[in-house]
Design a protein around this ligand. Structure first.
Ligand code: GLY
Length: 563
């Protein structure tokens, strides 16, 4: 009978949609610092959802990892809303000040002013993280903003013992920190490099976080906090005006979504170069049966895909509100097929042959991944750019300024601190967002969900690529975060690699025409979660290269003492 058949169909479709929408029951958190993981878990246990936990993790990381991200910086928060099965990218990237100019880091003869876009207040873009936290909490969270900020406020006020990692980053930026009185007073031990275990207390940052929690956006972008930041920035040689803060807006953007071998990949859209870069690389690689190839050929083909994606990054990518990006073409399979046709199976393509030429890399920036019991997810990558950003604390606010202006092309053809050569699309304009490599990513398919991302400057996108390849070949998050890494960014024309990454294939790669550079250490700090829908299993992993912690939590369990 048609009515019965229709009713059966409706029940079946309803069951399918409920199954798709059902969450994992438990939750998982992976961040780059155990105290930030604890903060997020505490908020989940207090009844918060993944978005509240993301606010708590972001704010805690701003306190305990001041060398990597903070209220004075920005980032991208990729959200999956389980109720509506919708994904949104919250763009809290910094903007160039309205008084910025294309030649602001060049001298009168057009030569770059050394380090002007890296050290000092002139290097700072207008922060987006505070606005993003307010936005995420108010629009998607369940708890009051002040509640989600509470763990970070406590950490800032009461202090915490610094890690060896903190000391390493402070050592790397010791000169610039010593140059600025307030930064030295906060981050150094009486002007000297602290020992691991030294207590870092940030009472003024605690106050600023409290004001943000109480007043929302106006607590940072207007009123006394804004006035003090502008005063301090200008006194230190910067060009911020109150209007810059007043006009800062968080934007919601459509993430880049594409298919790869039956999986759906969702990643950050411009002004991140990540989503488009991943699409180009994975679309190229989909044309090969990678798993059947020997290691040297596999690395070679992956490098050739990286080379082409980074060439396009330089050519086409920038702030989409300022430049027209051929997004549909760059992410299309037809375009990838054309690029693939130019790849030789056993011979490297010199980057010079792809036309248009230079590369150190940082371990700054931070990433975290969260899933809650309903299946809401967050992948967030946050930054103040180079370790300890501009090295300047904005007066009495306790806010450390970013140096994200270095991510712009100070001049087309000039490389930034990560060796990424800038193109016309990414030149400086007032109010423009600098192109970023931050690539928070979800991958879903074959009954499994992955949430991943990492810091690591220009190498972020290729680290996420290698993680996705592991996932789609059936590996779990421990493999994604642990695997040895290699990277090619078009220019310089060399495969940069961790010491063990190319073991056994170096000679073959050289014979194919590849130049190799062992970067002498391991890089990245990936934080990853996998949910296997069929078994219901949740797994989380934190990169062994860092000090982060990953936890799977059963929310009905009694909170541990101290949580
Ligand atoms: N500041 C690092 C990035 O956004 O790529």
């Amino acid at each position: 009978m048609p009515t019965i058949r229709l009713a059966v169909l409706v029940v079946f479709l309803l069951a399918c949609s409920l199954a798709a929408a059902a969450g994992p029951g438990g939750a998982a958190v992976a961040t780059a610092h155990p105290l930030a993981t604890t903060a997020a878990v505490r908020i989940l246990r207090a009844g918060g959802n993944a978005f509240d936990a993301a606010v708590a993790a972001s704010a805690a990381l701003a306190v305990v990892e001041p060398g990597s991200s903070g209220l004075g910086g920005g980032g991208f928060w990729l959200l999956y809303l389980a109720d509506t099965q919708r994904t949104v990218m919250v763009d809290g990237r910094e903007r160039a000040p309205l008084a910025a100019a294309g030649d602001m880091y060049l001298d009168k003869s057009g030569k770059p002013l050394p380090r002007a876009s890296l050290d000092g207040a002139l290097a700072a873009g207008i922060p987006g993280e505070p606005a993003a936290l307010v936005h995420v909490a108010h629009k998607y969270g369940r708890l009051p903003l002040a509640r989600s900020l509470a763990p970070a406020i406590r950490l800032a006020r009461e202090g915490f013992p610094v890690s060896e990692e903190y000391v390493g980053k402070a050592k790397f930026r010791l000169q610039v920190l010593r140059r600025h009185r307030r930064a030295a007073a906060i981050y150094l031990d009486d002007g000297a490099l602290p020992e691991p275990g030294w207590m870092l207390r940030q009472p003024r940052l605690a106050q600023t976080l409290e004001t943000l929690g109480r007043e929302g956006r106006a607590g940072f972008y207007a009123g006394p906090v804004a006035a003090e930041m502008v005063r301090a920035v200008r006194a230190a040689g910067g060009i911020w005006r109150l209007e810059d803060l007043r006009r800062y807006r968080v934007l919601e953007r459509e993430p880049v979504v594409f298919g790869y071998r039956g999986y759906t990949v969702t990643a950050a859209a411009p002004p991140s170069a990540g989503g488009i870069g991943l699409a180009t690389m994975l679309n190229i690689l989909e044309g090969y049966d990678l798993e059947t190839l020997d290691k040297a050929t596999r690395v070679h083909l992956t490098v050739e895909a990286m080379r082409r994606a980074y060439r396009d990054r330089q050519r086409y990518l920038g702030d989409p509100d300022f430049v027209a990006i051929p997004r549909a073409r760059l992410t299309s399979e037809a375009y990838a097929a054309k690029l693939r046709a130019g790849i030789e199976l056993h011979q490297a393509t010199p980057s010079a042959a792809l036309s248009d030429a230079p590369a150190p890399v940082g371990a700054d920036t931070t990433h975290f991944s969260i899933i809650d019991a309903k299946g809401n997810r967050v992948a967030a990558t946050l930054s103040i750019n180079y370790p300890f950003g501009a090295g300047v604390v904005a007066g009495k606010t306790g806010v450390l300024l970013n140096d994200e202006m270095d991510d712009f092309a100070k001049q087309p053809g000039l490389a930034n601190v990560y060796g990424l050569v800038g193109g016309q699309a990414n030149t400086i304009e007032p109010g423009k967002r600098p192109l970023s490599s931050m690539t928070p990513t979800f991958v879903e398919g074959h009954g499994r969900v992955a949430i991943l991302g990492t810091p690591g400057g220009s190498r972020i996108i290729t680290m996420v690529l290698l993680g996705i390849l592991e996932f789609t070949e059936g590996e779990g998050p421990t493999a994604w975060v642990t695997r040895p890494r290699y990277h090619h960014q078009y220019l310089p024309d060399v495969i940069q690699h961790e010491p063990s990454a190319l073991a056994g294939v170096r000679e073959r790669l050289r014979a194919m025409g590849h130049a190799l550079r062992d970067v002498g250490r391991r890089y990245g700090d990936m934080q990853a979660i996998m949910w296997d829908r069929a078994s219901g299993r949740l797994e989380a992993a934190s990169d062994p290269r860092g000090i982060g912690s990953a936890r799977v939590v059963h929310l009905h369990a009694t909170a541990k003492p101290g949580e």
